[in-house]
Ligand binder design. Sequence first.
Ligand SMILES: Nc1ncnc2c1ncn2[C@@H]1O[C@H](COP(=O)(O)OP(=O)(O)O)[C@@H](O)[C@H]1O
Ligand SMILES: [Mg+2]
Length: 284
Amino acid sequence: MSEPTALVALRGVSYAYEDGPVVLSGLDFDVREGRALALLGRNGSGKTTLMRLLSGGLRPDDGRLTVAGTPVTYDRKGLTRLRTTVQLVVQDPDDQLFAASVAQDVSFGPLNLGLPDAEVRARVDEALTALDITALADRPTHLLSYGQRKRTAIAGAVAMRPRVLILDEPTAGLDPDGQERLLATLDGLRASGTTVVMATHDVDLALRWADDAALLTPGGVRTGAAPAMLARTDLLQQAGLRLPWGVAAAQFLRAHGLLDDASPGPRDAEALAALATAPSPAEG
Ligand SMILES: Nc1ncnc2c1ncn2[C@@H]1O[C@H](COP(=O)(O)OP(=O)(O)O)[C@@H](O)[C@H]1O
Ligand SMILES: [Mg+2]
């Protein structure tokens, strides 16, 4: 059987900023429906650029963006259609929020689609609930904490009911509790059928969260199952990233005969604890 068509894809895409260096060249990139995808690369490697190309905010110099195999057109109609499929949450919520209150901000996208008032209200309620910020609906956005502003920005994207939600460095600037809440929210969105993509340079987060990992290196992008990709020392080095500690722990355990080759390594602290208390392979 052939590979299913990617929901959103870049084909042979090149991009350079005006008066800037070529950031991406001849790049192929697939977002597969239902797979949690982490896009990894060092600072300046082009993650944000790639995400803006995927969401139509930047137009490729060369190559094309497709949705379900159909090339996106960059006119009003094409971009509106793209926005109902793909939503990008930028890294800094202050670049995204502008309305007076949380509910007003979240309603902006659905209102812009020309939806009836009742539909807009239903979407706003749904998005505020998904992000657990219903109590903040009437709060002026300038009185919110950073984490609350971040959740409001995500709610604005969720209210568009996109099939693909792309988040640029969503955990940056969040405290550990904020990070856990965000991951729980993303799990909820995934369970309701949204495909979630995040850009990050946090390899431990990617190992724990992602089904697939895409490593952005100067040679291009390589995508595969997260546990396998994140054990590729060569690619991680090219991407300017280190080995996730879960992978390093698995290598240590295998070297000491405490984990057999077939068993997957731990993806988080709980999985490591479970391995430590399980009988070792030598004991059967
Ligand atoms: N608006 C811009 N104008 C010119 N160069 C830019 C702009 N935005 C990003 N760049 C450059 O493009 C490259 C990729 O940046 P970016 O996509 O932001 O990477 P990342 O998100 O991985 O940190 C960097 O060299 C950066 O300096
Ligand atoms: Mg970036």
